[in-house]
Design a protein around this ligand. Structure first.
Ligand SMILES: [Zn+2]
Length: 300
């Protein structure tokens, strides 16, 4: 016969075990790739380049937008948060002011660029401060990877913004992109490429390329925090973005001279006056090839 005390003791132990197993199974790893053109308040290269007079101010805004997303991730129960600084020389986020729950990857070059540090252990990816692809109207500082080099990038015939190129990197590791923040144009492109399930935080509406109407800063950060929280909570519904291989990368440079630089590389085929094509059975190998050819094309 079991005494009442023993029964209670067993009940307490079972409950404790359940709590422990639930907390173990709820390990949530979140990855944030953070660009600058889609940050609240940013409209001009004076704010996004190190030599720009307003750069110091924009770095603070960038850090605050990221911190809002980190708070959202914490609200959703994230147990590990990794932030990858993905803009320019990748040393923009003010490291000492980043929320202490997150670790920061900064500096460049790094082999995986805007997606450095991603792997299959993550549960969700968020793109903060992203921008629309080159050639988008009413889009803050629209470009694709390099405004000095790239006219357009197509993968398997689909013209891609950075968010698509990078979502395929996450998809390679079976991790969904669950949220994108930036202007109205990039939020629209996120839905177009990643589908309806991706959540967006539209923090501004561009008026041409270098002007925008911004949300009040506090409201923008509240929105980023809320969307990050619900996107991570709903991560199981999110679609992992994949295309089927082999992957054909078509890179159109701004100038024919940039394609002249590129064609001597083995595996590169010229498909137009300023366009080259590479093919890869492995997406990550193709992604690195693409990044290398963008660097090589730089002629100024
Ligand atoms: Zn950028």
């Amino acid at each position: 016969m079991i005494s009442k005390t023993t029964t209670r003791l067993i009940a307490v132990c079972v409950t404790a075990l359940l709590v422990v197993s639930i907390s173990v199974s709820q390990k949530i790893k979140v990855y944030l790739s953070v660009d600058m053109e889609g940050i609240t308040g940013v409209v001009h290269t004076d704010q996004t380049t190190v030599a720009g007079g307003d750069y110091g101010m924009a770095r603070r805004w960038m850090t605050e937008d990221v911190n809002a997303a980190i708070l959202g991730a914490i609200d959703a129960g994230a147990t590990e948060i990794v932030v990858n600084d993905s803009h320019g020389d990748m040393r923009n986020i003010i490291a000492g002011d980043l929320h202490p729950a997150a670790s920061l990857i900064s500096g460049s070059p790094k082999p995986m660029g805007m997606m450095e540090g991603i792997d299959a252990s993550f549960d969700a990816v968020l793109f903060i401060g992203y921008h629309a692809k080159a050639g988008s109207a009413d889009a803050t500082l629209d470009h694709t990877i390099s405004s000095a080099t790239v006219y357009s990038i197509k993968i398997n015939g689909i013209e891609m913004p950075e968010l698509g190129i990078n979502a395929l990197v996450a998809g390679y590791f079976n991790v969904p992109v669950v949220m994108v923040s930036g202007d109205k144009a990039v939020c629209g492109q996120a839905k177009e490429i990643l589908g309806d399930k991706v959540l967006t935080a539209q923090v501004k509406e561009a008026i041409g390329r270098v002007a925008a109407k911004h949300m009040p800063f506090e409201s923008a950060r509240t929105l980023i925090r809320q969307q990050a929280k619900s996107a991570i909570e709903k991560r199981k519904d999110a679609k992992v973005y994949k295309l089927s291989g082999p992957y054909v990368f078509e890179l159109s440079y701004l100038r024919t001279s940039q394609a002249d630089n590129a064609v001597s590389v083995p595996g590169v085929k010229r498909v137009g006056a300023r366009s080259i094509q590479m093919e890869s059975g492995d997406y990550i190998a193709g992604y690195k090839f693409l990044r290398a050819m963008i660097s090589l094309g730089r002629d100024n």
